[in-house]
Design a protein. Structure first.
Length: 41
């Protein structure tokens, strides 16, 4: 059986929560689009 993570630890650094991954992807896409618009202007 897989060992359950420590309740005191929200998540392991090697296994971030899905919500955190989604937020990071959204921020990356927004920054990339912003940089592209600045370069195109």
């Amino acid at each position: 059986m897989p060992q359950l993570p420590d309740p005191a630890v929200p998540f392991h650094p090697s296994e971030p929560s899905p919500g955190l991954v989604v937020v990071a992807l959204c921020v990356t896409l927004i920054l990339a689009a912003f940089a592209f618009l600045l370069r195109a202007a």
